[in-house]
Design a protein around this ligand. Structure first.
Ligand code: GLY
Ligand code: MN
Length: 462
């Protein structure tokens, strides 16, 4: 936990952003896995962590905007809990650690909220992303389960996004820790990427490194020799020479800050010429996109810069043709990169995505595109100093998509389908780093993780 002043200050700033009413922040409860008492690893809600810091199930925080008061509602443990969990601090002592003076048992929350509603005060809350939260709103306030999501407060969402988007120095230090754990995960994976090894041996080792150094991975590891499938969680293939392993994986620190790194490694440690050519195109897109990062530029613009680098490279290889600007305007590059360049990162690996992607990555000035591929770009808006985001261009050969476009004649004036046909068994390449937007430009966070062809081949051989 950070020192209590951090949380006091965050709540003070939140109250300043809001006009009136109460801001209700529900912490998470345990979630059952395969029977009630066998639970998933507990993960506190990120907004609760941000404002109230306590990493314990069944806590609720309330910020009273009109009276400048904060509350924590939670139950003290009883003797039966102590038998299983050991002795636990009192709620009032835990609350004091995050600068909250007012505490009450959870059983008093419903009357407290209903009382405020009777006085005509608005209860602002964030959109729930777990089913049990919908039921909780019904129990606490009588809201209809099917209506709860749409009742979430846009004013509170926008205030939270404004605060959480700008990372403080102590948050950046945590994110760097997470990237440094990812350094260990990825360099280990590179060394393991040999003919005959099964994907799960590498994925499991990476996960263990994360757990041993802090928390679990920041999202289920994507690791596959079938990198053309963007989010491939199947780890049952045996690695064979000639394939490449995409490993897209990050760690969560004990403070729950994330990293998200992707590297692509040739099985056996040596890229062949065809792989090297595509790899260097994606690498150029990664490096040039990172170099373009600065406050005031729209991230969408950097996305298109990366798209043009990929289209230019693929044209040089004879896979694309025609005018590159026109091709990218038409979306022809999305055959090869049907996803966005990156997203915000922080307490969530896709930071604040639960608050609505458009509320986080877009605004009045920058609206989300509807075109295939580009519509997946999670962050389009103008960058500000203090943002932490990912840069993750890729190039994939997805046989089904190629087949569909070829049959439909989609973007036929920009794609050399006969040549693309030769790459149908290629797989995919993605290279991802985590970047801080600084006042003058950018800083790549964490230790440098081998990224060039030479660096990757060297670590594989080590
Ligand atoms: N690293 C996985 C993703 O960004 O979706
Ligand atoms: Mn990512």
């Amino acid at each position: 936990m950070f020192k209590k002043e951090v949380y006091i200050d965050r709540r003070k700033r939140l109250r300043k952003e809001m006009k009136s009413g109460l801001a209700l922040i529900l912490g998470n409860s345990e979630a059952s896995y395969n029977y009630p008492a066998n639970t998933y690893h507990f993960r506190q809600d990120s907004d609760f962590l941000y404002f109230f810091g306590l990493d314990i199930p069944d806590f609720v925080g309330v910020m009273d905007i009109d009276n400048d008061k904060d509350y924590i509602f939670a139950n003290d443990v009883d003797i039966e809990d102590i038998i299983w969990m050991g002795s636990q601090p009192l709620i009032k002592d835990l609350a004091a650690k995050v600068g909250v003076e007012n505490t009450a048992p959870y059983t008093e929350l419903s009357d407290f909220l209903k009382g405020a509603e009777k006085e005509g005060r608005q209860i602002h809350f964030l959109p729930p992303y777990r089913g049990d939260r919908l039921v909780q709103f019904n129990q606490l306030l009588g809201y209809e389960v099917s209506k709860v999501k749409e009742m979430a407060s846009l004013e509170l969402i926008q205030a939270v996004v404004k605060l959480r988007s700008i990372k403080d120095d102590y948050e950046i230090a945590e994110i760097e820790k997470a990237v440094n754990i990812a350094y260990d995960m990825h360099t280990t994976a590179m060394k393991m990427c040999k003919d005959g090894i099964v994907e799960r041996e590498v994925a499991g080792t990476m996960e263990g490194i994360s757990l041993a150094q802090g928390g679990p991975v920041s999202f289920p590891i994507i690791l596959s020799i079938n990198g053309q499938t963007l989010h491939n969680h199947y780890h049952g293939n045996t690695m064979t020479k000639g394939r490449m392993m995409i490993a897209d994986a990050g760690a969560e620190t004990t403070m729950h800050y994330s990293s998200d790194i992707t590297r692509t490694t040739p099985v056996g440690g040596k890229f062949n010429d065809r792989q090297k050519a595509i790899y260097n195109i994606v690498l150029e897109a990664n490096v040039k996109a990172i170099e373009a990062i600065k406050p005031g530029i729209e991230y969408r613009e950097i996305h298109f810069l990366a798209a043009k680098i990929i289209a230019t490279g693929l044209k040089e290889l004879g896979l694309m043709k025609g005018d590159v600007d026109e091709a990218v305007n038409a979306g022809a590059h999305t055959l090869f990169m049907p996803h966005g360049l990156g997203h915000m990162m922080g307490l969530d690996v896709h930071d604040m995505e639960g608050l609505g992607e458009n509320n986080v990555g877009y605004n009045e000035k920058t609206k989300r595109a509807t075109q295939f591929g580009t519509a997946y770009l999670r962050l389009g808006r103008e960058l500000q100093s203090g943002f932490v985001l990912t840069v993750e261009p890729g190039c994939y050969f997805i046989p089904e998509l190629i087949e569909q476009w070829k049959n439909e004649g989609t973007n036929a004036e920009f794609i050399n389908f006969d040549k693309v046909e030769e790459y149908k068994n290629f797989g995919g390449i993605r290279i991802e780093d985590d970047i801080l937007v600084t006042e003058t430009g950018y800083r790549v966070l964490g230790k440098h993780i081998p990224k060039t062809v030479e660096e990757i081949e060297a670590i594989c051989a080590s």
